[in-house]
Each structure stands twice: as C-alpha cells, then as structure tokens.
Design a protein around this ligand. Structure first.
Ligand SMILES: [Zn+2]
Length: 126
C-alpha cells in the first residue's frame, strides 16, 4: 500500500453504479429507501446527472480557495494545515474524483505533498 492509498483508505467503501469507483461511504448521499441507506451513485455522479437534467450549472458553494486552480488550492490548503482529505475537500470544494487524482499526482509523481504516517495527514514538502 503506497502513501496515497494509505491516506485514502479508511474503513468501508461502496461502489458507485455510475462511475464504478469504490468510494468511501461519505461520498454517497443518504437514501432511506435503500438497504444500506446510501444512494446508488456517488455525489459527483449525482451532480453530473442533475446538471445534465437541468442543463444549468449548479451553483458552487462559496469556498475560500475556490478561485484558485485546483492544484494551487490543494497545495495552499495543505500548507495551511489542512492535511486531512475531508478537510481538503471541504475547503477547496473540488469534486472527490478530481481531488483524488490531483493528490496522487502531487504526492506520488511530483513529491510536492508528503504523507505523514503518524498523523495520517498530508504535509507540504519543504
Ligand atoms: Zn460515481
């Protein structure tokens, strides 16, 4: 298991019926009709479906870092002590799948972010 996988792994996951990704349960909305109480589709997929149905851009939540490019937003968030992936996601407002790709790039390929195995959080490399 590499640093990124370790960072990403935390308990149970569920497979999205649309993008077929195994994602953490919190990536799914609540659906009381279903046995596991979770939606069939992950939140990003629900967003995409809703967008194509309405043909309107969903309003993006106002986020402190939302004006930065996704890469810069992630690096800035981590430099400011947001090393937990949920914190990073919340403060940047970046969709889960995109966030995962970018963190993998920044840590595994470029070494800009370093995983701290003790705190299980990302830190900006010096
Ligand atoms: Zn999905």
């Amino acid at each position: 298991m590499n640093d990124f996988e370790l960072f990403m792994y935390e308990g149970p996951t569920k497979r999205c019926s649309r993008c077929h990704e195994d994602l953490p349960l919190e990536a799914f909305g609540v659906d009381r009709e279903r046995k596991d109480g979770k939606n069939m589709y992950c939140k990003p997929c629900i967003c995409i479906k809703a967008r194509s149905r309405k043909r309107k851009k969903p309003k993006r939540k106002p986020m402190t870092l939302s004006r930065l490019s996704p890469r810069t937003a992630i690096i800035t968030a981590v430099r400011n002590g947001f090393g937990d992936r949920r914190d990073i996601q919340q403060i940047t407002g970046i969709h889960w799948e995109e966030l995962c790709d970018l963190i993998a790039e920044l840590s595994l390929d470029e070494g800009i972010l370093k995983f701290n195995r003790v705190t299980r959080k990302f830190e900006a490399a010096a």
